[in-house]
Structure formats: structure tokens, C-alpha cells
Design a protein around this ligand. Structure first.
Ligand code: XMP
Length: 534
């Protein structure tokens, strides 16, 4: 199947299996490593389109992308353990270029007749790799030094490579730290992590010198492909887009508008769960930067009514997801008919929301723009960004000419403040939360820290705590501040905000937001916590 067929084929469905690309592509098969995502990102950074699939993906599931190579990720298992994930037979049967990383290399060694053994000493952390150029081609290490500091994380190791493989690198605890036979290569270390020197060069060598990929994937090539795909999918139909004003839906709007012009109608829903000043700001920014009208739907009362008494976070998301659709249907009846609903869903949303039915990563939260939609929805979905990471969406936004005030906005969840006030949503609580959140944003931005912090916000806790103000005892609410650093929201660390900034925020909130009397700072990373509190 050619790439052109692939585009035409995808237009038959509203939910293409893969991102559509006319560029060379490779597949990462995920064997459960915490770094599998990172491999995918690094490959894309090398200009080669890449998708991550579950380790037992069938060839039929993969074929549509016409992969020029396959990367086998690491994983927590021993290849000999009962039930350990195994190499799908198509990987070797198809004679594709393969790079096995850590567990992936051990799978290759075992499948091809080599030996894998528990190491006398496990190897975690930094190790010194010695490249053995004399024994083989060592294509993987072309243009790297002979001595490289790499990151290891394994108990088992390959003790004997399969027939025909050259050992092209060793480390103190790995007699076979890298092996190569033609276009099948394995490495025991992790080239995808920052701690591995020349890691990206090693990956690039696999992609370009071994798999023969041409590194042409870029924001511009993505836009060209996406525009074509949207045109094919929509035909002369009409598309309604839920615009939140955030980066994702704004970039989706610009992209779809480029593809189909005024067949697109963006709708901004005020769901009563927005931050202070947000509804006005979104409309004002949109009017300045987009050459199309924006429909404003004021639905706050309706959302709050439907949320009344709903405590469970997943149920809240479901209620909100459903109400969004009902509002879109109402708007569609006025300006429609519409065939499609467009959303700014991203790759991490897809991965984190996937259920066990589809065998991918365990479901963490139902992000409304993926999982909270009602079954009886009248629209087919268009999600042109669903194979992109956030930083890639920002690049696409810039390439489409959107300004920093849109592409640099911090992410804000679809269910809005509903997941930042614990339990049932109460109107008065939203007032407190909005006041506190505005102060957090103001002070972090005034301190010039907005660019360093991925997300920063206030969370209103359901507990009360005793305090003293003036000569009076108080018994008020507790507010948590959450500020995190992240690359893609899949993992996150709490931001080391300067104490002075935290002091200022705390002082202002207890003085200016009557009802909040204690402030705490959330110092949990993700994992084990998530970014939002619900
Ligand atoms: P968590 O809390 O899962 O958040 O670590 C990861 C990222 O996703 C955002 N988030 C959501 N976005 N609908 C959305 O559109 C949701 O239901 C939702 N829940 C979390 C969160 O703000 C962070 O950027």
C-alpha cells in the first residue's frame, strides 16, 4: 500500500488507526519500559515519524504505516519468565530492520539462538561502553567516540550472541553490550535517556544508516499531510470544533481551517468551570488571531445543574463530556447540520485513556476529550493531533503562524475547575478557587517563571482548618498549590518554586480570598501522583 493509498484509505474511516504520514515511519513495540514513550519522541526528533504500539500488535495492525524499521523497547521482565512478553513472529519474518533495546535485545538474542542469562551483577545507572569497531561494521556507532558513558538498567544480559552477530560494544558487566548482524541490531543500554552520551546519534544511525529512513518528518510535512487527510475525510461536510482556547484546540482550529476554510465552525462553551477572566480572554484572543467567527455558548448553569451532588471524579468527567456534546448538538441544530466534531486530542491522552480492552497502557483517567463522550453522539470525530506530543503541537501551531500567547499557554483540563475542587462541585467553592487560582497565576507570571513551569494552579480541598486572624479564631478552607515541570504531562516533577514566590502567593490568598485560611504546597511527582488532584 502506498502512502497515497493510505490517505485515501483513512478517509473511509472517522478513526484512522494511525497518524497519516507520507514520510518514512518506524514502529516502537512497547514491552513495558518506562522509557518507551521517550524512544518515540526521540525518533521523531530525528525527523522520522514514529508510533508506539503494544508488544503483541499484529502485522495487520502495523502494515498501514509501512514501517521501514522496528524498535523493540526495554521492559521489566526476564525473557525466560512465565508469561513474559515475546517477540511477534512478523518482526523477523518480514526481514525488517530491527533495533532491540535492553529487553528488546534479549528477545532478539533468544529468538535467534543466542543465550540470555542473569548477570552476576545487575547494572543500573551509568556504565562505560567500549565500542569494538574491529569485530564488525558497528554502523550504530558511526561518528561516535570509542568510549561512551551510557545508561543501563538490567539484571539479565546476553551472554552469547546468536550466530552471525558481531559484538560491537562491551561494558564492564555486559559482555555483549551491543551486537549487529546486517540490519538487525541490539543494545543493552538506553539511547533514549539524556544520561546516555551520543544517544540520539546512535538512534539516528539506526534510522538513517540501517533502516534507510530519510529524515523528512517535520511540522511542515505534518501540516501538509494533515490538511490533505482532513480534506479527504470531510469532503464537502461541515465540522463543528470545540474550542477551549487552549493550545490543542486552537492549533486544531487553525489546521482544520487551513484545510476546509468556512466549512469549520468553532464553538466556545462556557461551562461555568473556567478560570477567572477566561471566557473574555479566549474570545478576545480568538478575534485578534483567527480570521473566522467564533460561536459563544453560555452553558454554565446547565453544567452545574447536571454536576450537582456528583462526587466521583470519573463520573464528573462523564457528566461534563456528555454535557459538552449536548451543547454542541444544540448549537449544531442552529447552524448545522454538522457531520463531524473536531477535538484537540493529543497522543498522551490517547495512551493514558486507552482501556485494557485495547491492551495498551492501563487506563489512568478518562480524559473527557477521548473517553467521556456519550455513545449516542451524533457526530463522527476528527482528531488531527491525536498522534502528536504537546511540544510537537506547539511547533505545528508556530508553523501555522499562531502567536506565543496561544501556543505557550499552560494546559487546562477540559473538565476545568471541576477536577480542582474535590468531590461535588459547589458554586461558592468555585468562587474561592477562582480567586486563589488567579493569584497563583499572577505571581508565577510576575516572577517570570511561567516559561519554566508546565502547569501551575490552585486546588481547593474539602477540609477545614483552624487559624487565627487578628484576635479571632478562624475555621476556613485549605488550598493546595500545584506547580509542576514536565515534557509531555506523562511524567512530571513538582516545581522548585522560590520560597519568596510561595510566600507571596500564600500571603495574598489568605488575605484576599475570604474563606481560605491555610495554604499547602504539593510536593509529589507524577508518578505516583497525577498532575490534577482528581
Ligand atoms: P493528569 O492529572 O492525568 O493530567 O496527570 C495530565 C494532563 O492532562 C490534563 N488533564 C485533562 N485534560 N481532560 C482534559 O482535557 C481531562 O479530563 C483531564 N484530566 C487531566 C492535566 O491538566 C494535565 O495537563
Amino acid at each position: 500500500m502506498t502512502a497515497h493509498d493510505l490517505i485515501a484509505d483513512a478517509s473511509q474511516t472517522t478513526d484512522p488507526e494511525h497518524g497519516i504520514t507520507t514520510d518514512d515511519a518506524v514502529i516502537v513495540l512497547d514491552f513495558g519500559s518506562q522509557y518507551s514513550q521517550l524512544i518515540t519522541r526521540r525518533v521523531r526528533e530525528c525527523g522520522v515519524y514514529c508510533e508506539m504500539l503494544h508488544h503483541d500488535a499484529t502485522w495487520d495492525e502495523v502494515a498501514g504505516l509501512e514501517p521501514k524499521g522496528v524498535i523493540l523497547s526495554g521492559g521489566p521482565n526476564s525473557v525466560y519468565a512465565d508469561g513474559a512478553p515475546q517477540l511477534p513472529s512478523w518482526v523477523l519474518d518480514r526481514d525488517l530492520p530491527v533495533l532491540g533495546i535492553c529487553y528488546g535485545m534479549q528477545l532478539l538474542a533468544r529468538a535467534l539462538g543466542g543465550a540470555v542469562e542473569p548477570g552476576n551483577r545487575k547494572e543500573y545507572g551509568q556504565a562505560s561502553l567500549t565500542v569494538a569497531r574491529a569485530t564488525g561494521d558497528a554502523t550504530l556507532f558511526e561518528d561516535t567516540p570509542n568510549q561512551i558513558n551510557v545508561w543501563m538498567s538490567h539484571g539479565d544480559h546476553v551472554s552469547t550472541p546468536p550466530d552471525g552477530f558481531h559484538i560491537i560494544a562491551t561494558s564492564p558487566n555486559s559482555p555483549v553490550a551491543a551486537m549487529e548482524r546486517g540490519h538487525v541490531v541490539g543494545i543493552q543500554f538506553h539511547p533514549e535517556v539524556n544520561h546516555t552520551e551520543y544517544g540520539t546519534d546512535i538512534l539516528r544511525n539506526f534510522l538513517t544508516r540501517i533502516a534507510g529512513c530519510t529524515p523528512t518528518w517535520s511540522s511542515e510535512s505534518f501540516i501538509d499531510d494533515a490538511v490533505q487527510q482532513i480534506r479527504d475525510q470531510v469532503g464537502d461536510g461541515k465540522v463543528l470544533l470545540g474550542l477551549s482556547g487552549g493550545v490543542d484546540s486552537s492549533v486544531a482550529a487553525a489546521l482544520i481551517h487551513k484545510a476546509i476554510g468556512d466549512q469549520l465552525t468553532p464553538v466556545f462553551v462556557n461551562n461555568g468551570l473556567l478560570r477567572e477572566g477566561e471566557a473574555e480572554m479566549v474570545q478576545e484572543v480568538f478575534a485578534r488571531h483567527f480570521g473566522m467567527p467564533l460561536v459563544y455558548a453560555d452553558a454554565g448553569e446547565r453544567f452545574l445543574e447536571m454536576l450537582s451532588g456528583v462526587e466521583d471524579p470519573e463520573l464528573k468527567r462523564k457528566v461534563i463530556g456528555e454535557q459538552f456534546i449536548r451543547v454542541f448538538e444544540r448549537e449544531a441544530a442552529k447552524a448545522g447540520p454538522f457531520d463531524f466534531l473536531a477535538q484537540g486530542t493529543l497522543y498522551p491522552d490517547v495512551i493514558e485513556s486507552t482501556t485494557k480492552d485495547t491492551k495498551a497502557a492501563a487506563k489512568i483517567k478518562t480524559h473527557h476529550n477521548v473517553g467521556g463522550l456519550p455513545d449516542d453522539m451524533q457526530f463522527a470525530l476528527i482528531e488531527p493531533l491525536k498522534f502528536l506530543f504537546k511540544d510537537e503541537v506547539r511547533k505545528v501551531g508556530r508553523a501555522l503562524g499562531l502567536p506565543d500567547e496561544i501556543v505557550e499557554r499552560q494546559p487546562f483540563p477540559g473538565p476545568g475547575l471541576a477536577v480542582r475542587t474535590m468531590g461535588a462541585v459547589v458554586d461558592d467553592d468555585l468562587v474561592l478557587l477562582r480567586g486563589a487560582d488567579a493569584i497563583v497565576r499572577e505571581e508565577i507570571e510576575a516572577a517570570g517563571l511561567a516559561g519554566d513551569v508546565w502547569q501551575y494552579f490552585a486546588v481547593l480541598l474539602p477540609v477545614r482548618s483552624t487559624g487565627v486572624m487578628g484576635d479571632d479564631r478562624t475555621y476556613g478552607r485549605v488550598c493546595a498549590i500545584r506547580a509542576i515541570t514536565s515534557q509531555d504531562a506523562m511524567t512530571a516533577d513538582w516545581a522548585r518554586l522560590p520560597f519568596e514566590v510561595l510566600a507571596l502567593i500564600s500571603n495574598r490568598i489568605v488575605n484576599e480570598v475570604h474563606g481560605i485560611t491555610r495554604i499547602v504546597y504539593d510536593i509529589t511527582s507524577k508518578p505516583p501522583a497525577t498532575i490534577e488532584w482528581e
